[in-house]
Design a binder for this molecule. Structure first.
Ligand SMILES: [Ca+2]
Length: 390
């Protein structure tokens, strides 16, 4: 794919429809009249909050993950003084390291189990299961059980997201191991876990089993845990809670940030090769004329005139802002703008920018509560809810 017009569309994002020979120029426009939204501060002063989630059906509590190792609870709008769990002695502190993700068992109300994803003191990936204590606002720190570990050859590109899919399996996003330019070609290497989204069953087996319908389970020299690959650093990905479509925001190298969408009808990413490091976004990474056969290209990208590192969010499925139902929200770490689009029939539509949600910088993650309402997390310590403006 060659995009000779690309230099002419600096500052615009490119919507790329499936199977298209080129991406069409487009760009977000402002919100339609009557769809005003704003940010309502929930809590501030946290220690680098980078994720927010809640147990299923728990409408009173938000669990906020701090990079430095804490999981904090906001209960009925009030920050509890004691952390739910404190892993600060276990996690490393490099710029892309720390406590990176949290996922509650879909049957958390019964099992009390949850999973955390962090980089340990040696910088390696750890996926650990914990149990709540008799006090619902405190985890049992001694209950930790390692599910999976992965060596990290470099300090950066550790991925971060961990989430239970609509199928009840656990999905974990791991970056390409780091450095720059994927020097050991891990993005395309199925024999290791890096550069991939993994899918495992942590509800059976000790510590887990591989679902029998995983795509590479019968392939020699492939890790059976791999669900999708060709990813550089899928910091945040999410499933549309209404239909199970998979949205991946894959952080780019030096030019292009990308969003990939794999609908349920196409297997929700099963066996998909998203291209890295053959390609960065919709562009050959090692010079023109690369072999793109078998690759799935992003549905949307933007270049580094518009930001530096994509922050993936969610498809909004809450009830407070009906006008944005079905919009996928995302941001950029450096510029702090917030944009959305709707993905329907293989096409990106309704690209929208939301100036009233912009923070001007360091939006490190979005979060979603049990009701499907959405939050924005800033590295400086603030968590805000996206609310309708009166
Ligand atoms: Ca890609």
């Amino acid at each position: 794919m060659r995009l000779p017009h690309l230099l002419a569309c600096v500052g615009l994002s490119l919507a790329c429809s499936a199977g298209a020979s080129a991406c069409s120029e487009s760009g977000p426009s402002g919100p339609p009249a009557g769809t005003g939204v704003g940010l309502q501060e929930v809590v501030s002063g946290l220690s680098f909050p980078l994720y927010l989630t809640a147990p299923p059906a728990d409408l009173t509590r938000l669990f906020v993950v701090e990079k430095t190792g804490g999981i904090r609870i906001v209960k009925d709008g009030v920050l509890l003084p004691d952390p739910f769990l404190d892993l600060s002695a276990q996690v490393s502190s490099g710029s892309e390291q720390g406590l990176l993700g949290l996922a509650f068992d879909p049957d958390y109300a019964t099992t009390g189990r949850f999973v955390v994803h962090y980089t340990d003191l040696a910088g390696n990936t750890a996926l650990v299961r914990f149990q709540v204590s008799a006090d619902p606002d405190l985890a049992a720190p001694a209950s930790g059980q390692f599910i999976l570990t992965a060596s990290q050859p470099y300090a950066n590109h550790n991925g971060g997201q961990v989430t239970f899919g609509p199928d009840g399996f656990l999905y974990l996003g791991l970056g390409d191991g780091g450095s720059a330019g994927d020097p050991e070609n891990r993005g395309q290497d199925l024999s290791e876990l890096l550069g991939s989204i993994l899918r495992i069953d942590v509800r059976t087996g000790d510590p887990y089993t591989v679902p029998p319908d995983n795509p590479f389970i019968a392939q020699p020299n492939a890790r059976p845990e791999v669900w999708s690959y060709g990813l550089r650093n899928p910091w945040r990905f999410s499933f549309d809670r209404a239909n199970g479509d998979l949205y991946i925001a894959d952080v780019g190298e030096s030019q292009f940030e990308e969003i990939d969408v794999s609908p349920v009808a196409e297997g929700s990413g099963k066996g998909v090769n998203y291209g890295w490091s053959i390609m960065e976004g919709a562009h050959c990474f090692h010079g023109a004329g690369c072999d793109q056969s078998g690759l799935t290209l992003p549905v949307l990208e933007y270049n580094h005139n518009h930001g530096c590192s994509v922050t993936g969010g969610y498809v909004y499925r809450g009830s407070a802002i009906p006008a944005v139902q079905g919009h996928y929200f995302y941001s950029d770490l450096c510029q702090g703008w917030v944009r959305s689009f709707r993905y329907a029939g293989g096409v990106v539509t309704e690209e929208t920018s939301w100036p009233t949600l912009s923070t001007g910088g360091t939006i490190v993650s979005f979060g979603e509560d049990a009701a499907g309402e959405m939050y924005i997390l800033e590295a400086g310590g603030r968590v805000s809810k996206i609310v309708p403006e009166p």
